[in-house]
Design a protein around this ligand. Sequence first.
Ligand SMILES: *[C@@H]1O[C@H](CO)[C@@H](O)[C@H](O)[C@H]1NC(C)=O
Ligand SMILES: *[C@@H]1O[C@H](CO)[C@@H](O)[C@H](O)[C@H]1NC(C)=O
Ligand SMILES: *[C@@H]1O[C@H](CO)[C@@H](O)[C@H](O)[C@H]1NC(C)=O
Ligand SMILES: *[C@@H]1O[C@H](CO)[C@@H](O)[C@H](O)[C@H]1NC(C)=O
Ligand SMILES: *[C@@H]1O[C@H](CO)[C@@H](O)[C@H](O)[C@H]1NC(C)=O
Ligand SMILES: *[C@@H]1O[C@H](CO)[C@@H](O)[C@H](O)[C@H]1NC(C)=O
Ligand SMILES: *[C@@H]1O[C@H](CO)[C@@H](O)[C@H](O)[C@H]1NC(C)=O
Ligand SMILES: [Zn+2]
Length: 400
Amino acid sequence: MIFNIPLALSCLALSIYQTAQACQFHDLEAAASTPRKIAIKNVRVFDGYTLRPSGTVIINGAVIGDEGDECGAEIIDGQNGTLMPGLIDIHAHPANISHLETLSQFGVTTVVVEACFVPAACRSLQNHTGLTDVILGSTPAAAPNSVHGNITAAVLGANTTLLVHNASQAVSWVDEQVAWGPAFIKLIAETPGLDQQTLSALVLAAQAREMRTVCHINAFGAMQQAIAARNEQIHHAPLDKPPTAEMVSQMAIQNQISVPTLTIMKAIASSSGHTITPGTNFSVALETVRRFHEAHIPVLAGSDANQQPGLVAMVPFGSSLHGELQLLVDAGLEPVQALRAATSRAAHYWDLRDRGVIAPGKRADLVLVHGDPTVDISATRNLARVWLGGVEWTQGLGTF
Ligand SMILES: *[C@@H]1O[C@H](CO)[C@@H](O)[C@H](O)[C@H]1NC(C)=O
Ligand SMILES: *[C@@H]1O[C@H](CO)[C@@H](O)[C@H](O)[C@H]1NC(C)=O
Ligand SMILES: *[C@@H]1O[C@H](CO)[C@@H](O)[C@H](O)[C@H]1NC(C)=O
Ligand SMILES: *[C@@H]1O[C@H](CO)[C@@H](O)[C@H](O)[C@H]1NC(C)=O
Ligand SMILES: *[C@@H]1O[C@H](CO)[C@@H](O)[C@H](O)[C@H]1NC(C)=O
Ligand SMILES: *[C@@H]1O[C@H](CO)[C@@H](O)[C@H](O)[C@H]1NC(C)=O
Ligand SMILES: *[C@@H]1O[C@H](CO)[C@@H](O)[C@H](O)[C@H]1NC(C)=O
Ligand SMILES: [Zn+2]
């Protein structure tokens, strides 16, 4: 009897006779053991690299299915929208599940937590099915009595073993962090702060452990230090003076990349919308990105979203990444380049090989929007549906 034929084989036979309904009988029978399958039809596909013509994308359980393998799939009409990979926010500070829910609502399916002070609290954000996936960074390496050192001291009380006093402490400090399992080492370049020798020693110690380094900078001088220390990634952008041509070419030669977090730089430069904070000029941050882009230095999307009162500026989760894409376009990226900065390129430079693109076998992190963000970046805001690891977000999408 046909009902005893294994599912795949019967589907093959049935597709020849084009009896989709009989195929669904089988799907019901096998539903308990077979992952849910969805065929999203009538969508143009930004696959992480480029826009493909109208077609169909299959979700098979937690991953993207093979093209054409629609047997037993529930059909969703994408209504000529654009399907794109879930967005990746490379720089944010979610601290609880509500923050992850907000990220999910806005189609941010992966977030990199840029500072973990209490490993157990950070780990509690990881691996929740149907919620934004979380990648954790180390405690930031900061000097005693620096702005960030004081933040560490405020969070951890009198226990300052996590502060870095000098270069001879670099190896043990990095080893202590590596021991709890962060995905990268976070360093802080600031004035006053870690001296060049200490910053460079921390980078070498991290590299010896095969750990990526991400260095915070907020000004020209800090950026010089971060470049000289050969950090793999330089986060934020200066507000005082853009990098010189020499600095930019040194970054290119050293394969250093940028996550400018224009959103928070703009928030810092313009408090309460009108007043300009003295000594800060947001055009400098835009000009920095323009120079990087011109020199083919990879620029990734990060918002610095956080809801921590007392820190430089509060930035909302999720919606801010869409704003960041707009700011990257303002700084000279084409809309597709901005989209890649939050999808395929972000995944590439973070070795997230299972995501960031729409291709068979990749995580089914997907965002469906009305309109075409490859032409008009603001179309990413017209959210229609979001899937996280194949699970649709059904608790209401973010609006602007
Ligand atoms: C989450 O999953 C990743 C990848 O499987 C694993 O490395 C990590 O330890 C998990 N974290 C928790 C808190 O379960
Ligand atoms: C950090 O805190 C110490 C002690 O309160 C203070 O003396 C120092 O000025 C602070 N550092 C900065 C950069 O604000
Ligand atoms: C201080 O922090 C370190 C690193 O997290 C930890 O191993 C140590 O137990 C803490 N000491 C105290 C007194 O809390
Ligand atoms: C480095 O800092 C540690 C911790 O404060 C201190 O014990 C050590 O003497 C310092 N080493 C040098 C070479 O200054
Ligand atoms: C702000 O920065 C831009 C870009 O570097 C520069 O052209 C402009 O003169 C600066 N404005 C002020 C007020 O310094
Ligand atoms: C998460 O933190 C925010 C403050 O940023 C707070 O309003 C909210 O209640 C917290 N949610 C949970 C579930 O703890
Ligand atoms: C589909 O959407 C694109 C871009 O938004 C538009 O140019 C095209 O006319 C639409 N096609 C149909 C059949 O609606
Ligand atoms: Zn940050």
